[in-house]
Every structure is written in C-alpha cells, then in structure tokens.
Design a protein around this ligand. Sequence first.
Ligand SMILES: C[S@@+](CC[C@H](N)C(=O)[O-])C[C@H]1O[C@@H](n2cnc3c(N)ncnc32)[C@H](O)[C@@H]1O
Length: 296
Amino acid sequence: MSGGRAMTVGHAPRGATGLVQLVGAGPGDLGLLTVRGLRAIEAAEVIVADRLGARAVLDQLEVERGCPLDAEIVDVGKRPGHHAVPQEGIIALLVELALAGRRVVRLKGGDPYVFGRGGEELAACRAAGVDVEVVPGITSAVSVPAVAGIPLTHRGLATAFTVATGHDQIAELGGGRDHTVVLLMGVGTLANSATTLARGGRGADCPVAIVEDGYGPGQRVTIGTLGTIAVQAALRGVRSPAVVVVGDVVRLSPYAPAELAVDGYAVAAAHDPFALHGTPDDPVAPPAGAPSEKGS
Ligand SMILES: C[S@@+](CC[C@H](N)C(=O)[O-])C[C@H]1O[C@@H](n2cnc3c(N)ncnc32)[C@H](O)[C@@H]1O
C-alpha cells in the first residue's frame, strides 16, 4: 500500500459492491475533522451519522458550504423524542447499502476504535464481503482535556495515561497521580469511580477535572479533587457528554483554582534542567551533551 493510503479490507471487488468508510468525526468541531475524513464525506452517497460529535460536524460543514451535502444523511443517534438505532440495525443498514453499490460513510464521534464499536462494524462488513476502511479521528479522550488546557502527559507531572470508562475495573488500575486516568462515559458512575481511585495510590486530594460538551455550546470545566468532585458535579448539575481527567496534569489547566495550580514550564524545567532552557520568551539552545529527546 503506497502513499499512506488507508487499508482496505474485504473480498468484494470495488464496483461489485459499494464501500463503507468508518470515519472518525473528532469531538464535534469541524476544524478537528481530518482532511481524509472530509474527503470521504464529500465523496459519500450516504452518511450514517451518530449524534454525538458526528452530527455537529455535518451541520458545521453545511453552514460553511452554504448548501446541503450531496449525500443522503441517516441519523442513527439518539435525538429528542427518538431512540438511537440499535447496533445490529446500524450494521444491517451499512451492509445493505454497500451491497446495493452505495458509497457509505459511517460517521462516528471521536475515533471509531476508542469505545466506538468500530471494530465490530469493520468485522461485520468484512464478514458480509463488503469493502471497508477506517479513517481515524481525533478522540475526545485527548482533545477534550486539551480544550481545558490539560495535556495528558507532562514532564515532571505525568508519564503515562489510561483511557477507561466509568464501568471499567478501575480498581485494578494501580499507579499514582503521575499516571493520568481519562474516563469516558463517566458521569453516571463518577462518585463510584472517584471513591475507587482515591483508595489507591492517588489519594483523596488528587486533582480531577470534568470537561462537559468539549468544543460545544455547553462547554464547561469543573475542577476539584477525588474527595470533592462528586459533590461539586451534583451541585453544578454536570451532564453527559463529559470527559473526566484524574491526575496531577489537571493542575496545569487555567481553570484550576489557585491552591491546585502549577506553572507547567517551571515544573518541567525543575524536573529536567537539561530539557528546557531560558524562558518561553527567550529560549536558548541546550548545551552540548544535553539529552536530545524532549518528549513527554
Ligand atoms: C461512546 S463514547 C465514544 C468515544 C469516541 N469514540 C471518541 O473517541 O471520542 C462517548 C463518550 O465520549 C466522550 N465525549 C465524546 N465527545 C465529547 C465531547 N465533545 N465533550 C465531552 N465528552 C465527549 C464522553 O465521555 C461520551 O460519553
């Protein structure tokens, strides 16, 4: 496969059947859709879209173009007054459309493979002999913390991160505050998750951020600790969709209260004097012999 083309799997020759592209829409901001995803949407005959993230991106695209997209849009997400189409129904629809020769984009929030059931949809298309490819998207697990000024790793604060759901066995996660935990679908189980994580190496005063509706009109950031966050969330009426971030990196957010906040540049420089030099306004080159790797 040359030129970094997306891998196409399946056995049917193109033309005999259509094509399904599982496209990640990112967190819901058109600017965070990939170029490859945009091209797929523009070439599609039918777009089967989720509500969260995906629908917002299509709406923004139509506003930017000043006219509707050429493709027929099938909304399979939950809408006020409508239930979401069940997963088997979505898979059956994708296969049916592709076998009828249509070029289909299955537009999913974030990245199709991060708690997105993309692997199941890919497998079902392959099993039905349908050409299918994946166009990765920018997952909310990384981009939604970023909109609140929270990097998941930072020199001197965190060297690893785990993405889980509120339903996962986070009790077995281990690690301390330098191991960031990102919870998706974690609002309903927040009190439980906070208690569980506080019992381990992180402790009740470990910082926590909740970022609701990242990049959307309802974007809001709530910051506290594992010991306080459930009460804060209840008082503020925190709602889904939201990403929960647990760990010392939360202290880098401009939304962090003064008693939690730290200066990210100073922390990194104190941790590794060879890695950073001067000030952000007046950087100087590292001395000869200093380590050249500057990651995390
Ligand atoms: C079923 S998971 C899908 C995750 C998606 N595949 C991804 O990579 O972002 C849905 C969860 O993603 C998170 N989420 C997605 N978009 C979000 C956004 N714009 N703001 C806050 N949370 C978001 C929420 O935790 C939500 O409950």
